[in-house]
Design a protein around this ligand. Structure first.
Ligand code: 15L
Length: 273
């Protein structure tokens, strides 16, 4: 079995992935908070994205990396700078220095959040970040392109919509991705023979999508879940009062106006998606 590093492993998305990938890979879990429920095929390493030395130790000897680590919502500039800009740079640099070629980078829909919901965009549309957080994800995608072009790394950036058991609201009917569909995209990122640097959207088979995910389909992605199964229930509970406000007409939702967003997982700066 290949050994794969999963950064930000203590977060919600990391926890889903651990479950979905169990048995397929030996996972090295890293985070700056402890994980004490490792499976037999998992090991844990405490690590600090803001330190290149720490990240070099963390990536040593793995076959590939899934980089979820970093700040996962809008935050103040210093938090974003440390965790997502310096942190992503340290991760890619550590991979280059330690000879790890393949990286799956957790980008976000917030790299594109200022597009209108009635526009359909694909992976070639110019970025329109909706926040400092979204901007840091554009940086991460470009970092992947640079390290692919200049150093021969192989990078799949997934612009994740919202990973969860079910879509949470009308906006998420467009961007939701189930844990098993997300794991399928991650596996494509780890295994596909022809990836140099690619961007795909992390969504399930969603009828109300505003993304053209043909690049993911071209790479073999065949989503198994659809948000439409939850649409009637979500629409029945939807309050249309805010439908004409910016957060409800632009793709990024509340990120387009927010200056900071409370992190549901941890109220203080964290290193998880
Ligand atoms: C994200 O990028 C966040 O990490 C996640 O917490 C959600 O806010 C998601 O986007 C979303 O747009 O729903």
């Amino acid at each position: 079995m290949k050994q794969v590093l999963l950064t930000g492993a203590a977060g919600g998305v990391g926890t889903y992935l651990r479950h979905e990938l169990a048995g397929q890979y030996r996972l090295r879990l890293s985070d700056r908070v402890n994980i004490d429920d490792c499976r037999a095929t998992e090991e844990f390493m405490l690590s600090d994205l803001t330190s290149l030395e720490s990240m070099r130790k963390t990536v040593q000897g793995v076959d590939a990396i899934i980089h979820l680590g970093g700040y996962s919502v809008e935050g103040d500039w210093d938090s974003i700078l440390q965790a997502n800009i310096i942190g992503a740079h340290n991760l890619f640099e550590a991979a280059r220095l330690e000879g790890v070629k393949r990286i799956v980078f957790a980008s976000s829909n917030h790299a594109m959040g200022f597009y209108d919901r009635d526009e359909t965009i694909d992976h070639t549309a110019p970025p329109r970040p909706d926040s400092r957080y979204g901007l840091s994800k554009v940086f991460g995608e470009s970092l992947g392109q640079l390290y692919a072009d200049k150093y021969g790394l192989e990078v799949l950036s997934i612009r994740i919509g919202n990973v969860g058991e079910r879509p949470l609201d009308v906006r998420r009917l467009a961007i939701w991705i189930s844990p098993r569909d997300f794991a399928q995209l991650v596996s494509i990122g780890l295994e596909h023979a022809d990836i140099k640097s690619e961007i795909v959207y992390g969504m399930s088979d969603n009828k109300r999508a505003w993304w053209d995910n043909s690049n993911a389909l071209r790479l073999g992605y065949a989503p198994m879940d659809k948000s439409e199964d939850y649409a009637a229930e979500i629409l029945a509970a939807h309050n249309p009062d805010a439908d004409h406000t910016l957060p409800e007409t632009l793709q990024g939702g509340v990120f387009v106006t927010a200056e900071s967003i409370p992190n549901p997982a941890k109220p203080v700066a964290d290193d998880q998606v």
